[in-house]
Ligand binder design. Sequence first.
Ligand code: ASP
Ligand code: MG
Length: 403
Amino acid sequence: MAKKVLKFGGTSVGSIERIINAAKIIKREHEDGNSIIVIVSAMAGKTNELIDQSKAISKNFTRRELDVLLTSGEQVSSALLCGALNEIGVKSKSWMNWQIPIITEGENTNSRIININKEKINKFISDGGVAVIPGFQGVSINGDITSIGRGGSDATAVAVAKIFNADSCEIYTDVDGVYSSDPNKIPVAKKIDKISYEEMLELSSLGAKVMQSSAVQTAMIHDIPLEVKSTFTNRKGTKIFGQENIDYNKVITGVAYSKDEAKITLIGVQDKPGVAAEVFEPISKSQINIDMVIQNVSSDGKTTDLTFTIKREELDKTIDTIKNNKKIKFKELSFKKDVSKISIVGAGMVTTPGVTYKMFRALASENINILAISTSEIKISVIINDIDTLRAVKKLHSIFELD
Ligand code: ASP
Ligand code: MG
């Protein structure tokens, strides 16, 4: 008998039929003799709808009230799912965050789970019941309702798997796993059977939005194996675990892209200690996320060029921040709006020489110009013109034998 955490995302509980379908999956797992804790998201679209309502009421809706509002979505889906389970003869019960309690720290709308009381739930599952826990919710030490960030039900599932020492943590969603590229745009993309946490993180931070990245990170730190699978098919999903469990027969595991990038270059910045910090400090204070940073070697020993990328929607704000920064001097600021980032990701590249060259050669053969490059141990990313995105992804996907 295994102890399983089963998490159902928003689309998996997006309608009454789907909730009934999820209940049937849970019943099957339960009848197989497993001890089950279920985590649910709000019904698809619900959280966004509640956010819109708060905005229609006030621009200054406080974060505290926002949490009271937003976490209600998970209350609804928890109760409906328990109803569906009870209806088909599976004894089940739901608890809200404060009843368990799921203790969090940090500010409203962006808290972190620090502890979960196991007592009631352990008692109920050892008596053969299915426990249902709302994802995304928490309660602060002061007793305020909190939430743990958008997409946070994944983080709840991982935290529950860890604290209850579960044997597995299965993430039920609307895709049947993680793909070697975006299956909607690249029809030859294949489902990946096994992937390491590191690769998954690289792929998901690059736009393959299957699971919340911080949840994968927590799973990695505590070595909790995950499985992403579809609620709507019976197919096997993608297993996510430590690299040592994977036999790499391919150099590259996936090709990811994100289209909404922009690139800024500061030409003729002073080349002395502290300048990069002066450039980036005000940008980070404006809550803008910097992605790639590339600094050229100084040719005259006095000045250098600094290139970095950001999300396209933050371009104007970033340029303003730089222009208002009195602490830095540069000759010229240039930027490019319509760029995208293409990355090849694979733990197999660590032991295989020539991957970088092969990638660049492939892009050259398609006449695609590379605007910037950055690499990590298991990833090579390039910035290219936006219009070349799909052509580049297709080429790389085929040249690295992922088709
Ligand atoms: N309902 C929350 C959201 O939409 C949490 C989740 O779905 O994971 O962000
Ligand atoms: Mg979600």
